[in-house]
Write a protein of this length. Structure first.
Length: 166
């Protein structure tokens, strides 16, 4: 094995270590299923390995990973098999603290469009302008979704969640 190949493997191993958890969490938020999120995570990491894109900096790399993850989630949701098959049983969720479970369940109770922007803003640290670029939305739309998502979380924490499209 040549030095170039070893260096590529080391770079990929670092990328997997840095991004695998992010891809898995984002996949779960988008799809609501750990098995589907794991499939998306594997697909995204395989694309990263196969394409070996050159990134300008860590932010460019992170944005590429998030964009590819969102696209992979959308592709999975549109797939022939996903539309026609339903999981009989869900795999167990990872162990979280009681507070972590409450926050996760509150965020997951939101419609997808709100939980995506909330995740990208609060968990990934992106600004509304960056989220708009990643999700290919208008910046004002992102601000509105963040505002409405926060309002829904607040209402839920105060007592009740209204139902809306998922």
């Amino acid at each position: 094995m040549g030095a170039g190949r070893q260096e590529q493997e080391d770079i990929f191993a670092r990328q997997v270590e840095v991004h695998a958890d992010r891809v898995l969490r984002l996949g779960f938020l988008h799809l609501g299923s750990w098995p589907d999120a794991q499939d998306v995570c594997q697909d995204v990491l395989l694309k990263l390995f196969a394409k070996q894109p050159v990134f300008h900096d860590a932010e460019h790399e992170k944005a590429w990973i998030i964009r590819v993850t969102i696209n992979a989630c959308r592709d999975l949701r549109r797939s022939f098999w996903k539309k026609r098959w339903v999981l009989v049983e869900e795999m167990p969720q990872p162990q979280l603290s009681p507070a972590g479970r409450d926050v996760l369940s509150d965020v997951l109770a939101l419609p997808r469009k709100y939980r995506m922007v909330i995740h990208l803003h609060y968990y990934e640290g992106y600004s509304t302008a960056e989220i708009a670029k990643i999700l290919q939305l208008n910046e004002n739309t992102v601000r509105t979704q963040l505002k409405r998502g926060r309002e829904r979380l607040k209402r839920h924490l105060e007592g009740g969640m209204d139902s809306d499209e998922q």
